[in-house]
Each structure stands twice: as C-alpha cells, then as structure tokens.
Design a protein around this ligand. Structure first.
Ligand code: SAM
Ligand code: SF4
Length: 356
C-alpha cells in the first residue's frame, strides 16, 4: 500500500491491490473496495443512443431505447457528480454512452457539472460525429478534453466497421476539437484483426493532426456476443505492422498504474500507446466507478451487479445517504475480470449500454 494523500480528503490513498480481501469497510469517505483500491475516476453514461453501430459494440438495430423518464436529467447528473466530487473524493469525470453527442442537452449537463465541481476535469469519450458544430459551445460549457474513437481513416472500411458512412464528419470533429482548444485530444482505436492493415495509415494521420493514438484490445462486450479469445490480435503483430513504416522506441508506462504502454515514434514528439485490457489486465490498479444512463452505480464493466442511485435520489435521499449507498456499491467491487477463465460469462449489458 502506498501512503500518498487523497487530495482534499486527507486520508491515505492505496494505489495497488491488496492480495487479501478485507471484510469490514473502513470508515473513510472515499470509494474504497475490499482489495484496497480507491475509485477516483468517474465515468457517467448519459445515453444509450448512438449515431454509429460499431460491430464490436452495438447491435445493428441499436440498443433498446431507454424511456426519457428513466434517464438522469442534467440536474440529476450534476447532483451525482457533486456527491462524487465533494463527498467521495472523485477527481475526474468522463461522460460517455452510447454517444454523448446524441444528448441535445449535453452543454447544459457540462455547465451544471462545472458549476457544481469547479476545477474538476470534465472529459468526454465520443465518436465525434457532429462534434464539428458543437466543439466551441461544449468547451464554453466546461468540457476540458476528449477521447475520440476512430479505428481507421479508410472511408469504406470505416463504413463497414461502424455500419455508417460518417468518416468525414468524424475527421472534421477531431480537427474542431483541436481548434476549440481541447487538450489533449486522444484517438482510441480498437485493436482487432480487422483494424491491423490500416493501423499505420491511422498513426500517420494522427501524427499529421498532432493528436495522440492508443490502441485498445477488443473486450467481450459486444452486443452480438461474437468476441472470441482466439481472434484476439497479439500486440506484437501491431508493433510489427507499425514498425514497417515508423521507428518505434519502447518507453513503457507513464506511471506504473497507467493503463497504456507507450512507444515513442522516432523523429517526432509523439507516442503511440497500447492498452492491453484483456491480455495484461490492469484491474489491480483500477480506479474507476461508473454510473449508467439510468443512474445505477456499476463497480466493474464485467459485473452485472448494479446499485440504484436514481431511485434514492428521486426518493428524496440527501447527499450523505447517496454517498453511503455508492460507497457500499464500490466496497463489493470484484478483484478483476476473468476473461481467461473457462467459465467466463460476458456481462448482460454491452459496452454501449454500460458506458465505456
Ligand atoms: N460512443 C462513444 C465512443 O465511441 O467513443 C462513447 C461510448 S463507447 C462504448 C466508449 C469506448 O468503448 C470507445 O472507445 C469504443 O471504441 C470502446 N469499445 C466499445 N466496444 C468495445 C469492445 N468490445 N472492446 C473494447 N472497446 C470497446
Ligand atoms: Fe456507438 Fe461508441 Fe459503441 Fe461505436 S463504440 S457503437 S460509437 S457507443
């Protein structure tokens, strides 16, 4: 266990998993789990809707629609973010989905959250479709950074992977994000056999646009449940493909708990990262807590156990009660995903329904 202090809460932080689970929850304000991890990074899904249908995420027909009355309102999202930051020690908030840009009230959500939690970075994971027209307004409302999901810069291949011909809008969205002053702009590409042949072109494009690129291993979180371990692409094969065009120099992780291993692209100041969520899982350093679009707390992508914050919130719970409910949900977080186990069962919700 390390003993640096959690900003603003003055209690020891524990950044690595303790091998032995503890039964009794200590009386501390933060979101600590049985294995000693503390969640400081909040992912809030705000919709199940999406403008794309990536084959590794969504079914072709989209996810079943969530009734509007079941979605958290901007005021409720801000209340949840306020509790997370002021009572539970959360230090970064990221909006995701589905596609966050599908919410017409996204700027209201950001404005309310930045008022409730001034100084806390508000980030968004997005496919960037339509971002071109909204980047300035979102920055004005409080957005600090974006991760854009982009797997290829080949238009036909993009249309195949996402079942939508929207590549020009995505590329314009990335440029608009940079122009609007969002920093850093990071590109996330899913690492899979289908994306291998376009990987060097994608890196070249990212270098020319001055945006960082990270490849993320595909996880068994597709709605169609077609993921197979045997189809997984070895990181070395990606490195071989990239090395045919670029001189790469391994630099490792920015810090021991960073999920991405980085390679410097020689001749530039850029790096390319690989996040091996499946083959080299970073569960022991996981500091994430998730809230779904319907307002349930989810302690792990892979665990179907959810705790209903929305019912408590709409039932009149005060901030202390909401915080305690959330602490209880996180205390039971699993040690880690067991994708490699023979009896592994994918979670009922897919990535787009949880919020990646
Ligand atoms: N629509 C937004 C986007 O695509 O960035 C936000 C939601 S999306 C579910 C969040 C992230 O999850 C994206 O970077 C996407 O590539 C990633 N993702 C979706 N399905 C995945 C899977 N099966 N394995 C790994 N990453 C996945
Ligand atoms: Fe939509 Fe993002 Fe899922 Fe693609 S990864 S279908 S853009 S939610």
């Amino acid at each position: 266990m390390t003993s640096s202090s959690i900003v603003g809460l003055g209690i020891p932080s524990i950044s690595r998993i303790s091998p032995i689970a503890v039964d009794d929850r200590p009386d501390v304000p933060v979101l600590i789990d049985k294995f000693g991890r503390v969640a400081r990074d909040l992912r809030v899904s705000i919709t199940e809707k999406c403008s794309l249908r990536c084959t590794y995420c969504m079914p072709e027909e989209g996810l079943p629609a969530i009734p509007t009355s079941d979605l958290l309102t901007p005021q409720e999202i801000a209340r949840v973010v306020g509790v997370a930051v002021h009572s539970l020690g959360v230090e970064e908030v990221r909006f995701t989905g589905g596609e966050p840009l599908m919410r017409a009230d996204l700027a209201d959500i950001l404005r309310l959250c930045s008022t409730v939690a001034p100084g806390i970075p508000l980030a968004m994971t997005t496919n960037a479709v339509g971002l071109e027209h909204r980047a300035n307004a979102l920055v004005a409302a409080g957005l600090s950074r974006v991760n854009v999901s982009l797997d290829t810069i080949d238009r036909e291949h993009f249309a195949e992977l996402t079942r939508r011909d929207r590549l020009p809008s995505v590329l314009a969205g990335v440029r608009a994000a940079t122009r609007a002053g969002l920093s850093p702009v990071k590109i996330n590409a899913v690492l899979m056999p289908e994306t291998l042949h376009g990987a060097a072109d994608l890196l070249e494009w990212c270098l020319s646009e001055g945006v960082a690129l990270r490849f993320i291993e595909q996880m068994p979180l597709d709605a169609d449940q077609e993921w197979a371990r045997t189809n997984m692409l070895d990181a070395q094969r990606l490195l071989d493909v990239l090395s045919a065009r670029f001189d790469l120099r391994e630099i490792g992780r920015a810090d021991p708990s960073a999920p991405a291993e980085e390679w410097a692209v020689d001749g530039t100041s850029a790096t390319v990262g690989i996040i091996a969520s499946v083959t080299r899982s970073f569960c022991s350093d996981c500091d994430r807590t998730r809230v779904t679009a319907e307002g349930t707390v989810r302690s792990c992508l892979f665990s179907d156990e959810e705790t209903d914050l929305r019912a408590a919130l709409r039932g009149g719970a005060n901030d202390a009660e909401l915080a305690d409910l959330w602490r209880g949900a996180m205390w039971n977080k699993w040690a880690g995903h067991e994708i490699d186990a023979a009896d592994f069962v994918p979670p009922a919700r897919s990535m787009g329904a949880i919020g990646g």
